[in-house]
Design a binder for this molecule. Sequence first.
Ligand code: SAH
Length: 234
Amino acid sequence: MLTLGGFDPGSTRPPSAAEEAAFEAARTRMVRDQIAARGIKDDRVLGAMARVPRHEFVPAAQRSLAYEDGPLPIGHGQTISQPYIVAFMTAALDPQPTDRVLEVGTGSGYQAAVLSQLVAVVYSLEIVEPLARRAEADLKRLGFRNVRVRPGDGNLGWPGAAPFDAVIVTCAPERIPKALVDQLKVGGRMIVPVGPNGGAQELYLLRKHPEGLETQAVLPVRFVPMVAPKVLDP
Ligand code: SAH
């Protein structure tokens, strides 16, 4: 296991100044070795990834692994995505400073925090209510003021805040929910992993043109499934 500045992996206490410096150095290496080295050149995206403290979005027991090259568990059977995937999806959306963006699958709030550095406002939906509450609290504590989090089902989108310039889906539906396409502006972009639970999924980049949707498969991926809400108790 990687040890960062003597950081105690199970600790729940806030990191010391020396630990923060070690995290920052690890984050710089992450951006160079995992993201830039794999071809992501967008300086805005690299800058956002270099700024957002990923270790603040993972459980204390995972903090020493926060800048490793993979996903990590965040509780409730869910994961924070691999840093490279976060950067890839962010770059693919071509985020603009005036954009209003919808995220489906808040999880830890990390992807929302990264995007929030590059756009006007991020609306993020999370179906697991305790995750939504925790992400909302973490984002607030860390000063990410242009992210709104709501517990809810991403299959329905966020009609009250639509239309969006961009939509990012961080869980995998088997088919793209119609509401999300409807809530995308003409000229808008959507990045979404599509495919069966645990099977071959493909990341799609969609562009909405006046004459219809342009669809491009951009990367094979593996995401947790996008679930439908339980409407009846078992
Ligand atoms: N973007 C997250 C990673 C998310 S993992 C991050 O940066 O940490 C995918 C998340 O999608 C999980 O938290 C899961 O609970 C959520 N999810 C699954 N189905 C959903 C749905 N129908 N609506 C909203 N969120 C959903």
